[in-house]
Design a protein around this ligand. Sequence first.
Ligand code: GDP
Ligand code: IMO
Ligand code: MG
Length: 426
Amino acid sequence: MKTGQLDVLLGLQWGDEGKGKVVDYLSSRYDIVARYQGGPNAGHTVVVDGKNVVLHTIPSGIFHDEVKNLIGNGVVVDPITLQREFELLHQLGIDAKERVYLSRRVHLILPTHRWLDLASEAAKKKNKIGSTLRGIAPTYMDKTGRNGIRVGDLFTKGFVEQYQNLKSKHLRLLEMYPPVEFPLEEEEEKWWNAIDFVRTLQIVDGEQWIWQALEHNARILAEGAQGAMLDLDYGTYPYVTSSYTGSAGVCIGLGVPPSYIDEVIGIAKAYTTRVGSGPFPTEIEGEMAEYLRQKGHEYGATTGRPRRCGWLDLVQLRYSARLNGVNRIILTKLDVLDELEEIPYAKAYKIDNTISTSMPYRLDDVPIHPVYITTEGWRTSLDHITSWEDLPGEVLDYVELIQHSVEVPIHGVSVGPERHQLIPRY
Ligand code: GDP
Ligand code: IMO
Ligand code: MG
């Protein structure tokens, strides 16, 4: 029984495609926005009254007064970051407490999860994942290992003991690693204060809350974090995150059957970026990479690290679109390419002298040489354009070649960070 609508919006590359901006733009069409995986490793930027606001845990529908926002059970929450986000929104005049709902089944990130993340990364030395150090992998490990602590546990008698037991286990694990500094006492104090705050939030059985909303005809947008190539199973393993970033993750992370999902909206950047370690076939270095980084402000929204930059990769994009059943794409950051004479994009991979258009098992096993083609640049500024008809022919050519190759229609393009800088096609 489902009567409303459930659409999914997810990143098709290595994250930071502009999901936050597009969710904010689309939110006026929905009653509920629900995050279904990831945690404070995410950084979703929304420009509000000319100011950049970065959300880590709270869904990007929060800037619309009439939209409710659910943090679904597939998300891992750090109470400290969550409280800080509420405070930030409060300073902006937004009473998020009224419109944010937290699933009882959400797993909590403990200070010692962050310490373990730090120790594990330090021990990996040059093979480090480039984690955001937010404790994501250790928390999901405790979830699958059946040791985790959930929001619902905050209200049980044994909660403090549960915390102490898990912390003791972590301290024993930490002995296996070379020592790394961590201000545990200070972080624990903040954590316990934040726990008191979390207890005051609207806590619900997320899956039943969603079913009920759908029965009352609600329109729901599931907001993904990270991107398809960071998915635990289908991304560039082991250089991935620890959750299911794709459309399948919606079922697990919100408690809805696959048959409930309507549209799957994929967000793709007009070029490609990646932050952290791991293979990236179309990565470029030198002046052009620096140009894209500066023009696109390609610095991590969560960690501030410079993002690695490169060209659009159609092999990768086709794979992500197919994997997730994407039926429309929104192409972002086209304006970053405004001044280029020519725009290269990869159509295939050359591996051991064989040309292939399918995704190999590993991207870091043997050298992959992208087969580049170039398309003509538009050499004009797009940021003021508001209607599809006014887009230069070269932009339409780029859009056409992408949708032809990926076999998914492009339904809109984004030409700037502000909400209004999104040009719908239909
Ligand atoms: P997310 O993680 O997918 O939500 O993306 P991030 O917020 O981490 O990174 C996207 C960055 O690009 C942010 O700084 C956005 O404000 C900005 N942005 C989004 N769309 C556009 C666009 O179309 N053009 C430009 N120039 N910037 C954009
Ligand atoms: P949004 O939602 C870009 C990357 C990290 C690292 C790897 C594993 O803003 O697109 P983790 O902390 O999850 O253990 O790190 O995944 N990563 C992201 N890269 N955007 C993100 O989120 C990311 N979240 C994690 O840089 O390489
Ligand atoms: Mg981001």
